[in-house]
Design a protein around this ligand. Structure first.
Ligand SMILES: Nc1ncnc2c1ncn2[C@@H]1O[C@H](COP(=O)(O)OP(=O)(O)OP(=O)(O)O)[C@@H](O)[C@H]1O
Ligand SMILES: [Mg+2]
Length: 504
């Protein structure tokens, strides 16, 4: 058995796991201290989520042993982990749409069922209200999960874990759909937990966060354990080199290209969550949208593409008025959107990589049935290679890819449809540094070919690094614009943009 000292809360050794032909983990180890915030770092597909799913009993390892609080730790199913004191906030959030907040918080907890095995509604609502109050979460316990934004669902998951009295909490990219304010709130929660002796495994591709909040870091590469370091004294470049095995150039390789005439214009758009929005995008231009989560950016985009109801306003493509009733019609007219929630809008998880990537431009190909498949295979291979999508083959089903690799498939899919206007909402969510830079290069390449790009992102460095112009949203309205030259000259900074996001 593993010998642990008193400061270690969790340790595992010699863990291996393979899925069919893919060796996701090979003889890895991890040691977590009490009250420690421990970062797990590695490229997309390095095996981070797989190890975490083993720890919480979603997967069984092929080999290896684990020790929790000094005792051998074995889990058959997630409820075993929760009862032992280990909780996980998943990378892919899967809320039950028709459960209330209160039911979600108490679901699966032994202490919350009455004698007949039913949740006591009144009692759970009351308890949930107390918990929500403690977290400053201003929503009724009866609210259905389907009414929540991604950020709110995530917050409920965190609240759930904390209220289960977990001593080890795994957070798999917890901030990927939070805005800066919500992220700060999460960090405060993490610090409070740490002060109470709770340990946290923190997975994130955002390096700044790891430096801000973590004490130690362990690095994984290609399913193998590379090493652990104390965050004190380690540099960003050292960590990237450990992770990637080579140096990565700039994260925002923006290429300035000539900006042409107007391609897309909206006037006076109003709908649920946004009011009187007007803007123009030109050929070759990357128009960034920044703002807090819930400020109306994504809502505006969803209404443009016909996913939500547009109450008022006009849309013009190449100067001509158009209406887009639904996303399929948008694709036909040349307006495509990569949505922030890839699971619902972006991907068919049960289909192969090839089928997913070639889906939107199928009509163009159906005419020439014979050469269709061969071309499709070639193009998919090119796209997969260009974005270094890690998969056993292009016939692999998409659900089996790591989170970041799924995101790359979504982007590849829409790029291959070759639209006139491409709306990308959180394009690099959950994507590792290397791939991020590849995606950014790709976005620039398409802009250079004359596509008009609209990019919504909660990561300020990303919007600032990539946009020719930034539109700032505040509470459903636009609150100013920033030009690239102002950013380059230092006249516009993260602080001035944030101030506008907060309505100043
Ligand atoms: N259920 C599954 N079936 C088949 N292969 C899988 C499955 N889950 C994970 N894999 C494979 O295991 C490898 C590791 O994936 P994992 O999700 O652990 O990566 P990750 O480090 O979390 O990446 P990311 O940063 O993109 O989330 C990948 O090659 C992935 O395709
Ligand atoms: Mg993952």
């Amino acid at each position: 058995m593993i010998e642990t000292n008193g400061n270690t809360i969790f340790e595992c050794q010699g863990i291996s796991k393979s899925f069919g032909g893919v060796q996701a983990l090979q003889n890895v180890q991890l040691q977590i201290g009490k009250g420690e915030v421990h970062a797990l770092l590695g490229e997309n597909g390095a095996g981070k989520s797989t190890l975490m799913k083993i720890i919480i009993g979603l997967y069984q390892p092929d080999k290896g042993e684990m020790v929790f609080e000094g005792k051998p730790y074995q889990v058959r199913r997630p409820s075993d982990a929760i009862n032992a004191g280990i909780s996980m906030i998943h990378q892919e959030l899967n809320p039950e749409p028709y459960l209330s907040i209160a039911e979600s918080i108490f679901l699966g907890r032994e202490d919350s069922y009455g004698i007949l095995g039913f949740l006591n509604k009144k009692e759970t609502d009351r308890k949930a209200a107390d918990i929500l109050e403690k977290f400053n979460f201003r929503m009724k316990p009866q609210t259905l999960m389907e009414e929540l934004t991604l950020a709110q669902v995530q917050m409920i998951e965190i609240i759930k874990a904390v209220s289960c009295n977990a001593r080890l909490i795994i957070m798999d990219e917890p901030t990927s759909s939070l805005d800066s304010e919500e992220t700060e709130r999460l960090f405060k929660t993490i610090r409070d937990l740490k002060a109470k002796g709770v340990s946290i495994i923190y997975i994130s591709h955002r390096m700044e966060e790891i430096f801000k909040i973590c004490d130690k870091v362990s690095v994984f590469r290609d399913g193998k354990y590379v090493g652990s370091k104390s965050m004190e004294g380690v540099t960003r470049d050292e960590l990237i080199a450990l992770m990637v095995g080579h140096q990565v150039e700039s994260v925002f390789p923006k290429v300035d290209c000539p900006i042409g005439g107007e391609v897309f214009r909206v006037e006076g758009l109003s709908g649920k969550g946004f009011d009187d929005i007007s803007f123009t995008v030109h050929a070759g231009e990357i128009l960034g949208f920044s703002g807090l989560v819930g400020s109306g950016r994504s809502e505006t985009m969803r209404a443009i593409i016909g996913l939500d109801h547009l109450k008022k306003g006009n849309i013009f493509l190449n100067g001509k008025p158009i209406t887009i009733k639904n996303p399929a019609e948008g694709i036909k007219q040349g307006v495509c959107m990569v949505n922030e929630d890839r699971k619902i809008f972006g991907l068919c998880l049960g289909r192969s990589l090839r089928e997913n990537i070639s889906l939107p431009n199928l009509p163009a190909r159906q005419k020439r049935l014979l050469i269709r498949q061969k071309r499709e295979i070639e193009e998919t291979k090119d796209a997969a290679r260009g974005l270094s999508i890690k998969a056993a083959s292009i016939e692999s089903e998409v659900y089996s890819l790591s989170g970041g690799n799924q995101q790359k498939v979504v982007i590849a899919k829409w790029f291959m449809a070759n639209p006139k206007v491409l709306i990308v909402d959180e394009p690099t969510r959950g994507v590792d540094v290397g791939a991020k830079s590849e995606l950014h290069t790709l976005i620039c390449r398409f802009a250079a070919e004359g596509m008009a790009i609209i990019m919504v992102s909660s990561e300020l460095p990303e919007v600032m690094g990539m946009s020719d112009r930034i539109v700032i949203f505040h509470e459903g309205r636009t609150n100013g614009e920033v030009l690239r030259k102002d950013i380059l000259s230092g006249e516009a900074t993260e602080e001035t943009i944030l101030a506008k996001e907060f309505g100043q």
